[in-house]
Design a protein around this ligand. Structure first.
Ligand code: GLU
Length: 300
């Protein structure tokens, strides 16, 4: 991970290649970026895949690669697409039919992004994982090695949970699935030592109050403090198992690993390309600075 300044204003950053609209130099200078596209970003309101939106987001990824950045993607949408293909009225939240939807939808999602990336001259690779790949040190190490090998060849790894085989975690003391892909994205950002995690969703950022209950609530621009105290909601739709609560929990994992996080809308055209340029889009959460050990005999 590159050593980036935490909160320098643009004028103090010393960087000359930043656009005048850049107010987040560490974000603009992030070399390794993990970007998560949620189901609501990848789907239209009628449940069909938002191909135009996906194409535009992948074009931004291609531009980042051209610019010497490294990109790892986390892409949801498999279960939702599988539901539509199988003609089910609702997205199954658990069980064999959810697994079946994932198996049907994943193959189609992979085919879709592979074709779009091919058209952009970008090589992509599918990597399906389960929680156990992070819990077990040897498996986590093999995953990291595979991701590094892909990244170093200029390939964009596209990860998703292997929902066709993942077991539900209900009633267990520790999670056995990711529930949603926010935590997966954070674990990938932490284990690949990414500089930036972009969680793209269907809202403009983190609000002080749940905007579904408080329509006048405004998104926060920046969060520096160690503990973020906001009123965060759960999933907003049946298609997605995430919600702001899971994004903030994921952000804490990534921030603790020294990663900058931006939570922003992946539905608003151009937001992703503006945010990676360090412009004021979504909510920027700065890395948590490790506590200094002031105890006698401590190292600091
Ligand atoms: N892994 C799930 C999928 O690909 C994610 C579901 C969600 O967005 O919560 O469909």
């Amino acid at each position: 991970m590159s050593a980036l300044p935490y909160a320098l204003p643009a004028s103090d950053s010393g960087s000359s290649n930043l656009s005048p609209a850049c107010v987040r130099p560490p974000v603009a200078e992030a070399r390794r970026i993990v970007v998560k596209l949620g189901t609501r970003v990848l789907s239209e309101d009628d449940g069909s895949v938002a191909v135009g939106r996906l194409s535009s987001l992948l074009a931004t990824v291609a531009a980042l690669l051209q610019n010497g950045r490294q990109v790892v993607m986390i892409m949801s949408g498999a279960v939702s697409l599988g539901r539509a293909v199988l003609g089910l009225p609702d997205v199954p939240r658990e069980g064999a039919m959810r697994q079946a939807c994932a198996a049907v939808g994943q193959a189609r999602m992979t085919d879709l992004y592979r074709r779009i990336f091919d058209g952009l001259g970008v090589l992509s690779a599918q990597v399906l994982v389960v929680q156990g790949d992070f819990d077990d040190r040897a498996r986590r190490s093999r995953l990291q090695q595979a991701l590094e090998a892909l990244i170093n060849r200029g390939v964009v790894p596209v990860l998703n949970e292997n929902d066709a085989v993942a077991r539900e975690g209900i009633g267990r003391s520790r999670p056995v699935t990711f529930d949603d892909n926010d935590r997966l994205a954070a674990l990938v950002a932490a284990s690949t030592q990414a500089d930036l995690l972009a969680l793209l969703t269907d809202v403009e950022g983190v609000y002080e109050r749940d905007p579904r209950d408080h329509p006048d609530a405004r998104p926060l621009t920046r969060v520096d403090t160690a503990a973020l105290s906001v009123e965060a909601g759960g999933p907003g739709t049946a298609e997605s198992r995430g919600g702001m609560r899971s994004k903030l929990a994921a952000a804490e994992i990534a921030r603790g690993a020294g990663c900058h996080v931006v939570i922003a809308s992946g539905r608003s055209a151009g937001t992703f390309s503006h945010l990676v340029a360090g412009e004021d889009r979504g909510t920027w959460l700065l890395p948590r600075i490790p506590a200094v050990d002031c105890q006698p005999g401590g190292t600091a």
